[in-house]
Design a protein. Structure first.
Lengths: 802, 174
């Protein structure tokens, strides 16, 4: 095919999504009233972090005006099966406490009433008697022999312990000229989308089916788990997503527990039921990034060459192992080498349950924790070994010639040029100038620091990587898993208009716009004329278990399905036209809304004329061509193979990069930190829409800043959540997000059809490490914990009086 | 308050975006719920129900207000402006168009509230006739939470509109 005259792909096209969103016309979950007779739900929650449910008295609530039913955990347990984990443990996840409660905010009963106000009134009247048990909040404390046991079926709160060895790490450390170690703590925070969870569940009687509307974001691998929990065949659970979703950042994965809860309540009461989470519920009982503590060791030779890495990770999973956890611990695993050539790697992972809310997907998913360990270690090692942090990194970077590079853990890094990215970073930041400024500020007795974080960005996940939580023997028994299918459907109707159906459940990432650009280019029509449908209906659409919006999969994987589909439709149009023109298919092209013979502009037909032929005159179609113009593509990246017997896994399709430099000053009197300069270099491969790319990068950066400097979901020692409102959980406002300079290195990926790499997690993964490194440099110490609030920094500066 | 009084539904009349609407509300029905579920103005978004996130921001008799922190009965006989009154999908108001141009929204959930605050801010700018600094725009925005954009596009869009507003007011006064 000749190159199109005008290329839509790569253009900074304003978004198709915007007019509806800007005028209040976009429809979110709470805007929907899809069935008549909706009842409204309020959830009764445990005020205790840990306890045994003695009794639940629903009588006075049931007697109240407008109340239809009160359903308790044991009612629900009668029709809802607990959800197993990929980890071979007796622990099961239930979205409601049945005999015990294991975190403050855990649902224990559900009130159904004619409106939400009345439901909440009645919820206050449900009397729940709980015998409190000692809670345990921190992951290290939870591993002690004397710690209260959350799940009596398991013999320990440490529910999984796995050891991994790649190369010969023991020898590498034994022979190392120098070793550098760092203990780290990574706190818990959450991306808190401004739209909370919403679920409308309808247990239909005939046909016997659960139909559920929600703002679920996937992964749809949870669909078979949900059907299993409800005890129905997959085709008896119909999930529908709202046309618009008000942000997610991973968080709306964990809504699946409420999909089950509301489904069960609908079945038990006979009513379609609606629940929209309030902010207190969201902050205390939805989901969050996993807290992690641990230690990282690096082995170096006398030249500063990194020869070995050792990770001891302890991850706080919250009260349950809620699927797809413990994926957060394994997402970065195959890329444990980071940007570096390091042949010998050891990893020990302990997964611990505590009396806190269960964790799950959250922007960066495992990346912020991983890079906080690795990139802090590198800056720390530079100081200890007497290197500039840039030089130590350059000494160990993978070289440009190494790509595609298979890591010790089995990932295949597609393409990049780390040295060049570092050059760009230093130039954009004026590193030399910053170092001079640092010297000046320090001479004046003040605090100024420079920190780096160089991250890689795995995108388009292999569904199988989470099975690293199983031993090779357990995996062999379970049967092999691999891949991360992506699907799309394109239909051209008899009038020539085009509808694209995606199963990528976007929550603001502009998928509709980019999909329209891709299809417009293939079919030589205007993106404005293409309708892109992004709400999913599992009954009607070509979804797969890997559908959904996570692990940056749109640019890395989904775009491949779109372009494959679009090319197939294009080929069909050309074949039909070739028959009409009586010429070879290769001589036919699509251009400017027409199907024409190359080089003979007046031998052309409008696309709609050819489309009409496909629908109205199937008898006249070329041999072998199906009627109509509908194509569905479900593609699978051959890169995503099953984990091998040595725990190596190709965990993602593309591996972009995020190289960050942060320069900060800290006011001695107040501990207030100012980001003086922040530069971020990305390699996202080919940019499909630079406007959308920029938006994703800036958004990821803001999340990183929030996690590094402001946000923490904290608990007191009794397990009471301390951040129940947006006044207590401090998201950055426009006043707090500092400017960031973004630069692009472009090395197209050979693993994706359009050369694009996934993005979106972006700086959310590296910013916490870069800012912590800058603070470590400013204060001359390595014991840095987040968030870097003024009180924290002030106490570090004034340890003598604090 | 007795249950009867609490559940008593009152007729509330509000002018929304220039047109009169009448609906029913109990004494405790929030204005946000009334506008959304009784009158159908689904562009009023609710993000926190405690007046921090700013998504439900509307203009109430010309002044900015959080619809989640006002009862519907308090809005009886008032005039409300919501995002639905700013422009049409096929004919965006300049402020909305600037948001699209500068990619000032992603999920768009916080956007209606931000647009209303920005509109009030820009009306003030036009009245005063002095261009705001970026810092002033950021301070104005600090009453809103946006988790998608990092605010950069929003600031740029409003600054661009402020320039237009100043130019226009100069033109009109000159």
């Amino acid at each position: 095919m000749t190159e199109p005259v005008f290329s839509w792909i790569g253009k900074a096209l304003p978004r198709k999504e915007d007019p509806a969103l800007l005028t209040g016309q976009a429809r979110f979950i709470d805007d929907l009233e899809p069935v008549a007779g909706l009842r409204h739900v309020a959830i009764v929650r445990s005020p205790h972090a840990h306890g045994r449910i003695r009794s639940i008295d629903v009588d006075s609530a049931l007697a109240m005006h407008g109340v239809d039913a009160v359903v308790t955990g044991s009612d629900i347990a009668a029709i809802l099966k607990p959800i197993p984990s990929v980890v071979r443990t007796p622990i099961r996840y239930m979205p409601v406490g049945v005999d015990k409660v294991r975190f403050a905010g855990e649902p224990v009963a559900v009130v159904v009433a004619s409106d939400r106000y009345l439901a909440e009134d009645a919820a206050e009247q449900v009397s729940v008697e709980i015998d409190p048990l000692d809670p345990v909040v921190g992951p290290v404390a939870a591993m002690c022999d004397t710690a209260p046991l959350l799940h009596e079926d398991a013999d320990s709160n440490c529910v999984s312990f796995r050891t991994f060895r790649y190369g010969d790490p023991d020898t590498a450390f034994a022979r190392a000229a120098r070793t550098v170690s760092l203990d780290y703590t990574f706190h818990r925070y959450a991306s808190t989308p401004i739209e909370t969870y919403g679920v409308i569940a309808h247990a239909e009687k005939a046909p016997d089916r659960y139909t559920v509307w929600s703002n679920f974001q996937g992964p749809f691998v949870l669909h078979p788990l949900m059907a299993g929990a409800l005890g129905v065949a997959g085709n008896r659970l119909r999930l529908i997503t709202a046309p618009a979703s008000g942000g997610s950042f991973g968080i709306k994965q964990a809504i699946f527990g409420y999909i089950l809860l509301l489904s069960a309540v609908s079945r038990l009461t006979g009513h379609p039921v609606k629940w929209v989470e309030d902010r207190l519920e969201h902050l205390t009982a939805s989901s969050a990034a996993a807290e992690r503590v641990g230690r990282i060791d690096g082995a170096f030779d006398e030249n500063g060459t990194l020869t070995g890495l050792r990770f001891d990770n302890i991850a706080n999973m919250g009260a349950y192992l809620r699927p797809p956890e413990p994926a957060s611990v394994y997402r970065m695993h195959a890329a444990s080498n980071g940007c570096y050539r390091v042949p010998h790697i050891a990893v020990e992972n302990r997964l611990v349950v505590t009396n806190t809310l269960p964790v799950g997907l959250n922007r960066g998913y495992g990346g912020p924790q991983f890079f906080f360990a690795l990139e802090r270690l590198i800056d720390c090692a530079a100081r200890k070994l007497g290197f500039d942090p840039v030089e130590l990194r350059r000494q160990n970077f993978l070289r440009k010639e190494a790509f595609p590079y298979t890591t010790p853990g089995g990932a295949t890094f597609d393409s990049s040029d780390y040295d060049k990215a570092m050059d760009m970073l230093l130039a954009a930041a004026d590193y030399k100038g910053l170092k001079e400024r640092r010297a000046d500020v320090r001479r004046a007795g003040n605090y100024f620091g420079i920190g780096f974080a160089c991250g890689i960005e795995p995108s388009g996940s292999n569904m199988a990587y989470v099975s690293l939580a199983q031993t090779p023997e357990e995996r062999a028994k379970a049967g092999p898993k691999s891949g991360g299918n992506a699907s799309a459907t394109i239909e051209m109707d008899p009038s020539g208009s085009v509808t694209v159906q995606l199963c990528s459940t976007p929550n603001g990432q502009g998928h509709a716009t980019v999909a329209a650009q891709i299809v417009a280019q293939a079919l030589a029509i205007n993106p404005a004329d293409i309708d892109v449908v992004t709400d999913i209906d599992t009954r009607n659409d070509a979804w797969s278990i890997s559908s959904g919006n996570y692990s940056n999969r749109f640019a890395a994987a989904v775009t491949g399905a779109i372009v494959t589909c679009a090319d197939r439709v294009s080929m069909r149009l050309r074949k039909i036209a070739a028959e009409l023109f009586e010429c070879a298919v290769d001589d036919v092209e699509l251009a400017d809304g027409k199907v024409r013979i190359k080089g003979i502009p007046n031998r052309a037909l409008p696309v709609k004329r050819v489309a009409a032929a496909a629908h109205w005159h199937p008898d006249g179609l070329p041999d072998g061509l199906d009627a109509g113009l509908t194509e569905t593509a479900i593609i699978h990246s051959e890169t995503l193979t099953a984990p091998d017997d040595h725990d190596r896994v190709s965990s993602a399709v593309t591996y972009g990069i995020v190289f960050d430099l942060a320069a900060v000053s800290i006011a001695p009197d107040t501990g207030k930190m100012t980001v003086e300069k922040y530069v971020s270099v990305h390699d996202v491969g080919n940019q499909l829409n630079p406007l959308v790319v920029e938006g994703q990068i800036l958004g990821g950066f803001a999340h990183g800043v929030g996690g590094a400097m402001y946000e923490e979901l904290s608990y007191d020692t009794d397990g009471n959540p301390l951040n129940g409102t947006f006044a207590d959980y401090r998201c950055p406002t426009a006043m707090e997000v500092p400017p960031v300079t973004v630069r692009h290195l472009t090395t197209p990926s050979e693993k994706s059809l359009l050369g694009s790499k996934g993005l979106g997690d972006g700086s959310s993964m590296t910013t916490p490490a870069a800012l912590a490194n800058a603070v470590a440099d400013a204060l001359g110490r390595e014991d840095i914990t987040l968030p870097l609030t003024p009180p924290t920094l002030w106490r570090m500066i004034h340890e003598d009086i604090a | 308050m007795t249950i009867l009084a609490r559940e008593q539904r009152h007729s509330i009349t509000v002018k929304v975006n220039g047109l009169r609407y009448t609906g029913m509300a109990t004494p405790r029905t929030l204005l946000a719920d009334f506008l959304r579920h009784e009158l159908g103005f689904k562009g009023v978004h609710v993000g926190c129900e405690h007046a921090v996130c700013g998504a439900c921001t509307i203009l109430l008799d010309g002044l900015l207000a959080r619809a989640c922190a006002i009862y519907a009965v308090q809005a009886d006989d008032t005039s409300v402006e919501t995002v639905e009154g700013l422009g049409k999908p096929e004919a965006l108001a300049p402020l909305q168009a600037a948001f699209q141009e500068h990619h000032a929204l992603q999920c768009g959930f916080c956007t209606p509230g931000i647009l209303m605050s920005a509109k009030a801010f820009l009306d003030d700018v036009a009245t005063v006739g002095v261009a705001p600094t970026e810092q002033q725009v950021r301070e104005m925005l600090s009453g809103h939470l946006c988790r998608c954009t990092g605010y950069d596009g929003i600031v740029k869009a409003i600054l661009a509109c402020a320039e237009q507003a100043i130019g226009k007011s100069r033109h009109e006064s000159g």
